[in-house]
Design a protein around this ligand. Structure first.
Ligand code: GLU
Length: 264
């Protein structure tokens, strides 16, 4: 009986020692710094849009746009070659996930800083300011969001506009789309009375298609920033990204890019 008691006590102690040892081991085994991973890999992986003129879209199968040029500037600094970037397509609904499951190192994709997103990822300093606007067919009598009462309005799933419109005008019938192409097709087909999203993105449709127009009112201030993982391993990368944004302001690159992509 006494032997049995001691066997149980010793077994418990051994299990505890093993558990503590395992926990300490895990705490000490730090993952590799993201910047080291990027340098060893030889290229940076950036999540970008492929349907969002003039920020991130495809031209002859190549990624181009304002956000793409920012990614190249950062690659030039980290890897001394602006072409050392692999672009991965993201949408407003999957970009945080793809970042956190380490499919991308950075997200540069017309992404607004919000408190909710800050709980999930880290943001760089802002590099651009947009505002929520409304795109309607040219012949539409709609003059502002208020006129869209009980009408179908298209938004991008997971976008700031999706959340905002539900607050600004709860009576609107919100229809979500995965891409801007899908929302635009629905507008042209008369399935929705308007699309609401960032002015800079919607303006490109109004500029190339006279059958749609952008209404003048802006409903929000959208500060675009670069998204990073919110962990210890990405802290150095965050510092480097912020230095790059400061440099882009001071060396005139941001102004030049705004001019290049007609964002002034
Ligand atoms: N800037 C907005 C957002 O972050 C627009 C959505 C988009 O990226 O297309 O939600």
């Amino acid at each position: 009986m006494k032997d049995k008691f001691w066997i149980i006590i010793i077994s418990i102690v051994l299990v505890l020692v093993y558990a503590i040892d395992y926990k300490l081991d895990k705490a000490n085994s730090k993952s590799e710094d993201t910047i080291k991973t990027i340098k060893n890999r030889g290229y940076i992986i950036v999540g970008v849009k492929t349907d969002t003129r003039p920020f991130g879209y495809l031209e002859n199968g190549k990624n181009v746009g304002f956000d793409i040029d920012i990614a190249k500037y950062i690659a030039k600094d980290i890897l001394h070659d602006s072409n050392k970037v692999k672009f991965v397509q993201v949408t407003p609904s999957n970009r945080l996930y793809l970042l956190n499951v380490e499919k991308v190192d950075l997200v540069i994709a017309t992404m607004t800083i919000t408190p909710e997103r800050r709980n999930i990822i880290a943001f760089s300093k802002p590099y651009f300011v947009a505002g929520q606007a409304v795109l309607v067919p040219s012949g539409s009598s709609v003059k502002s969001l208020g006129d869209l009462d009980n009408k179908n309005v298209g938004v991008l799933y997971g976008s700031t506009a999706e959340k905002n419109i539900r607050i600004i005008l709860p009576s609107v019938n919100v229809l979500g789309y995965k891409t801007y192409h899908d929302a635009y097709r629905a507008l042209k087909a008369g399935k929705i009375a308007a699309i609401t999203s960032d002015d800079t993105i919607l303006r490109s449709y109004a500029m190339t298609d006279s059958s749609v127009k952008l209404l003048p009112k802006r409903y929000t201030k959208e500060l675009y920033a670069i998204g990073l993982r919110k962990n210890e391993e990405s802290k150095t990368l965050l510092k480097i990204v912020n230095i790059n944004i400061t440099n882009m302001v001071h060396d005139g690159t941001l102004t030049q890019l705004k001019r290049k992509w007609k964002l002034n």
